[in-house]
Design a protein around this ligand. Structure first.
Ligand code: GRF
Length: 186
């Protein structure tokens, strides 16, 4: 399956998908970020679909259509969200029905949202983890495909805990995408 990846951050999850040998044919970023360099290193130039606004005037539907157009033009069949900082409009998911996956740094349904690691620390949980799920218009709520627990250790801060979780995501996400693409998951 031809895979398109959406990223906004450092791109270490994207790098793990590249290293796993997945067939990545497009990368879209919503802002200038290091993921662009990771994509270029893999020979898949990232397309910057820059988000025009972070305010109330942001046209989420138009933006989401622009992102899906870039992916469709490149023949993408399966979308992997890898730390993408823009919530996509339902119109995006209609373009790729049951073909969008996401990795999230918590054991969903706990700690949805962009601050999952911070929220887990604030709640004082001793175990958190990561979840790979089918992404839907309902943020961080689609059917769960894979999960793995990660221990919180004394002295953890957001950076140390997130890095321990990401070490697991870099294995679990490519594995789950490959299984999904082979039709081994519902
Ligand atoms: C991952 O923890 C992912 O689950 C979250 O954003 C992080 C992306 O990490 N949504 P990186 O920027 O690829 O290192």
């Amino acid at each position: 399956m031809r895979i398109g990846v959406l990223a906004s951050g450092t791109g270490t999850i994207l790098q793990s998908l590249v290293d796993a040998g997945l067939s990545i044919t497009a990368v879209v970023v919503d802002r200038p970020c290091r993921a662009t360099e990771v994509a270029e290193g893999a020979g898949v130039p990232a397309v910057l679909v820059e988000r025009s606004s972070f305010g109330a005037d942001f046209d989420r539907a138009a933006y989401s259509k622009d992102v899906s157009a870039v992916l469709t033009e490149r023949g993408v069949e399966l979308v992997a969200i890898a730390g993408f900082g823009t919530v996509l409009d339902p119109v995006f998911f209609e373009a790729f029905p049951d073909r969008v996956l996401n990795t999230h740094p918590s054991l969903l349904p706990s700690f949805k949202g962009w601050h999952a690691v911070e929220d887990a620390l604030a709640a004082g949980v001793k175990i958190t983890g990561c979840t790979v799920h089918l992404a839907t218009a309902d943020v961080d709520a689609g059917p769960i495909l894979a999960q793995e627990a990660v221990r919180v250790v004394p002295g953890d801060d957001v950076a140390t805990l997130h890095e321990r979780i990401k070490a697991v995501e870099r294995r679990l996400y490519p594995d789950t995408i490959a299984r999904f693409a082979r039709g081994e998951l519902p």
